[in-house]
Design a binder for this molecule. Structure first.
Ligand SMILES: Nc1ncnc2c1ncn2[C@@H]1O[C@H](COP(=O)(O)OP(=O)(O)OP(=O)(O)O)[C@@H](O)[C@H]1O
Length: 788
């Protein structure tokens, strides 16, 4: 069903008919065309040769021949790399097999020059941030540009003991088939990947998977210097900080290595190569919102199908560690003593913990204990996890020695002051000496990098580790930029009224924005972002009846924000995913990470509160390299002081699109219209916001749109008692008289509801008095809904 056609049904205009005809042939994300997930590299190699092959879920026969995929070798000798039947038999167990690993790897190895060429053509840059090996520094010595040499010399001079930043060139993963042939990952995992139709790795997978699966290019010889690993599977001895575009497949890039390593360790335990694992989760994935967390759980479960690995979303009441202060508060002193004396030796540390656990179990048979969560991979929001490990009435937390992988998805938000303490609390609670941490986002401030480095170092000191793994930084494309495969539009709407009219016009299929000759049309489904929850609610009720009944009416438009109940949130998500909702109004709650594959566009109804917010919001469209997404940003007089930031991001993205994706012009009429939205004169004319302005905007949003400055007793400034910007920022087209009547009606209704509620709930309130439920509910719901 084409929502666009339905929307036009009640409109008897010839233009509408032309528009719908025209759009039918256009490339939009929901048509599923142009399924090459890679954003860069079309110019320099033929890794995108499979671009036209459409990805089909659950239909392995539709997946291009994986043997051919394995032979995809841009610069190699072209020799066949088919897996022999003997090797195949060895691999049938579905767990990584160490046999033949070296020979397979050698056969598949590219020269360093080729690695560099592929990595560069895909705009990948990998740097070890705290490398200590002098040999590694020599690695890039010869060809290093004079400028870079000078920079490094200055770095050394300025920082005294500061460690070298070393660029490395691991073997790129040019096909998912290499996960088996080169890294010997679990057969089941590889099958699950293929069954989902993934064939060509995206850039972040091309560069990130080799790093996390054990290849830190150029430093292989020195691995022993910073690892005490006992198994081959712990070759992946880097912590990783990744900055890669929105929708570029970061989830797969962190899930595959974690799942594979859990399987590998299981096998090692079974073969008596490693000691029995500690009870508790082996990996923790932290994400800022519930929606993102449950999406990661879904992805994880699909990948882990049939492997026995349990991927679970953290819930209230779950116990993520065996040693738990809530259960036995008076033992915390003993715990401290033990971890202090044994922390130098990972093995003894683990066995001590095991003994300790056993003792605890024995001593507490009389006490009622919650069982440790059975999950292997636990996906959580930060506050939920912190609550679960917090010691009642104290600032200390329980430790989670079983956790070997900590993944921070949307790490820049997780390490923003808003969440920093919670995230660091979880990080520090992961006391396993072999812990590997990885941080992922499409935007990453340099302060996040510094914080990650200092946390890794201070953690090593606290745990008395003699050495720690280097932190590798993987950057895909231009750091902190919007994806190049979408069309941006920056529209001056003058006032709030203007914005409402503009959005109404966008809902109308014959509008100039929907059918604009300067770019692809904005078609449903699309997401509309507002600055605050009350504004999202107000906008939703304002537009509720704008979609004609014949097209589904008010059921086609929905609002989602963090004040809604869990059930409502998941219901709206499900309806938007299955296509029954076409216009989703939301706050920054959905700005990050959430993957709706068929979204055609994003409307920034309220101006984003930062450049990063713009990048993430517009990144909800154009996922996995799809062309045709549209990002419309409306701005008013109040936004002018901040527009330059976003205008610069748009200009950079369009430049990238012109420079890097000429091959994608062939994708259709949409892609060939790469015109500049931002004229140089506009950039010159716009004021440059000061650092302070930017900080204030990030913290508080545009002042005039805040509910607390928009007038008392109002919804998004929709009320009457407006202070200052109240009436200006109101989302409403109703007259003052109508609003007054409506407010009176609402007031009367609320008063009667309140009266009913208070009489019926007085008994219940008495019963629950003194329980922490209310507090928990409150704190639990305290998730990221934007910086406002
Ligand atoms: N190699 C691939 N080939 C095709 N599609 C892929 C590939 N890898 C991931 N995808 C798809 O790309 C989409 C985006 O992936 P994902 O959500 O992991 O992106 P992300 O990088 O985490 O984005 P964000 O920064 O917005 O969180 C998903 O629908 C996923 O299934």
């Amino acid at each position: 069903m084409d929502p666009f056609k339905l929307l036009t049904r009640s409109t008897n205009l010839t233009k509408a008919a032309t528009a719908s005809k025209k759009t039918a042939s256009q490339h939009t994300p929901s048509t599923g065309q142009n399924a090459n997930p890679q954003l860069f590299g079309g110019k320099d190699d033929d890794s995108s040769s499979n671009a036209s092959k459409k990805r089909k879920r659950g239909n392995p026969s539709a997946v291009p021949d994986l043997v051919t995929e394995a032979e995809l070798d841009f610069f190699g000798d072209g020799k066949s790399k088919n897996v022999s039947s003997k090797e195949k038999d060895d691999d049938d167990a579905g767990v990584p097999n160490e046999k033949n690993e070296t020979s397979k790897f050698a056969k598949d190895t590219l020269s360093e020059e080729d690695c560099k060429r592929i990595l560069r053509s895909h705009k990948l840059k990998i740097t070890l941030l705290n490398a200590t090996e002098p040999a590694a520094a020599d690695n890039e010595g010869e060809k290093k540009s004079k400028k870079r040499k000078k920079e490094q010399a200055t770095e050394h001079a300025n920082s005294g003991k500061k460690k070298a930043h070393v660029q490395v060139f691991p073997q790129p993963l040019t096909s998912f088939k290499q996960l088996r042939s080169r890294y010997n990952i679990s057969r089941r995992l590889a099958d699950n990947l293929a069954a989902q139709g993934y064939t060509i790795p995206t850039e972040v997978q091309l560069g990130g998977l080799p790093l996390l699966l054990g290849d830190i290019g150029g430093l292989e010889g020195d691995k022993g210097a910073h690892t005490k690993s006992t198994t081959k599977q712990s070759l992946a001895d880097v912590d990783l900080l990744t900055v890669a575009p929105t929708g570029s497949g970061k989830t797969l890039a962190f899930l595959i290595p974690v799942l594979n390593q859990i399987l590998a360790r299981r096998k090692a335990v079974k073969d008596n190569v490693e000691e029995e694992e500690l009870e508790g989760p082996k990996a923790i994935v932290v994400a800022p919102t519930r929606e993102l967390a449950s999406q990661i759980v879904n992805e994880g479960r699909k990948l882990a199908l049939g492997t026995g690995i349990r991927v679970t979303a953290m819930r209230k009441g779950m116990k993520p560690a065996a040693t738990f202060p809530q259960d036995e508060e008076d033992e915390s002193a003993d715990e401290e003593q033990e971890s202090g004396s044994d922390s130098d030796h990972s093995d003894s540390d683990e066995s001590t913990s095991q003994e300790h656990n056993q003792n605890k179990k024995d001593s507490k048979t009389s006490k009622k204990q919650r069982p440790v969560v059975k999950a292997d991979v636990l996906v959580t929001t930060p506050l939920l996890m912190l609550h679960a490990i917090s010691l009642k009435g104290q600032s200390a937390t329980a430790s989670m020695p079983s956790v070997r992988h900590l993944i921070l998805d949307e790490a820049d938000v997780l390490l923003d002051p808003l969440f920093r303490d919670q995230t660091l609390g979880i990080w520090n609670a992961c006391i396993n000496p072999s812990l590997r941490v990885s941080l992922w986002s499409a935007t990453m401030a340099s302060s996040v990098e510094e914080l990650a480095l200092s946390t890794i170092e201070s953690r090593a000191i606290t745990l008395r580790l003699s050495t720690h793994a280097p932190l590798a930084r993987l950057v895909v494309g231009l750091k902190d930029s919007a994806i190049p495969n979408i069309s941006h539009r920056l529209i001056y709407a003058a006032t709030e009224q203007g914005k409402l009219l503009a959005l109404r016009q966008m809902l109308h299929p014959t509008s100039s924005i929907s059918d604009d000759s300067s770019g692809p049309p904005l078609r449903p489904p699309f997401i509309v972002f507002t600055q605050t929850i009350p504004r999202a609610v107000a906008l939703h009720s304002e537009l509720l009846y704008d979609i004609p009944l014949e097209a589904g009416g008010s059921s086609r438009i929905a609002v989602l924000h963090s004040d809604l109940s869990d059930t409502l949130r998941s219901d709206v998500m499900a309806r938007f995913r299955n296509g029954s909702v076409w216009v989703l109004i939301t706050t920054d709650l959905l700005a990050r990470g959430v993957d709706f594959r068929g979204v055609n566009g994003v409307v920034n109804y309220d101006f984003p509160s930062s450049g990063a917010s713009y990048i993430h919001r517009v990144g909800r469209t154009g996922r996995a390299g799809r062309d045709g997404g549209v990002a419309v940003t409306l701005y008013t007089k109040e936004d002018i002081p901040y527009v330059k930031n976003v205008a610069n991001i748009i200009a950079a993205s369009e430049k990238l699109r012109r420079d890097e994706r000429p091959s994608h012009k062939a994708a259709g009429p949409v892609s060939s219209q790469i015109s500049s939205t931002i004229q140089p004169w506009l950039l010159d004319a716009l004021p440059t916001p000061s650092k302070r302005d930017k900080q204030r905007l990030k913290r508080r949003g545009v002042e005039a749109r805040r509910s607390d400055t928009a007038g008392p007793g109002t919804e998004a400034g929709a009320g009457t008692g407006a202070r200052d910007g109240g009436s200006k920022s109101r989302i409403s087209t109703k007259s003052g008289f109508d609003r007054k009547l409506e407010n009176r009606r609402k007031g009367a209704k609320m008063a009667s509801q309140k009266a009913k509620k208070s009489s019926s709930s007085s008994a219940a309130a008495a019963a629950t008095a003194g329980t922490p439920a209310a507090h928990e509910e409150d704190s639990d719901g305290n998730e990221w809904g934007g910086f406002d």
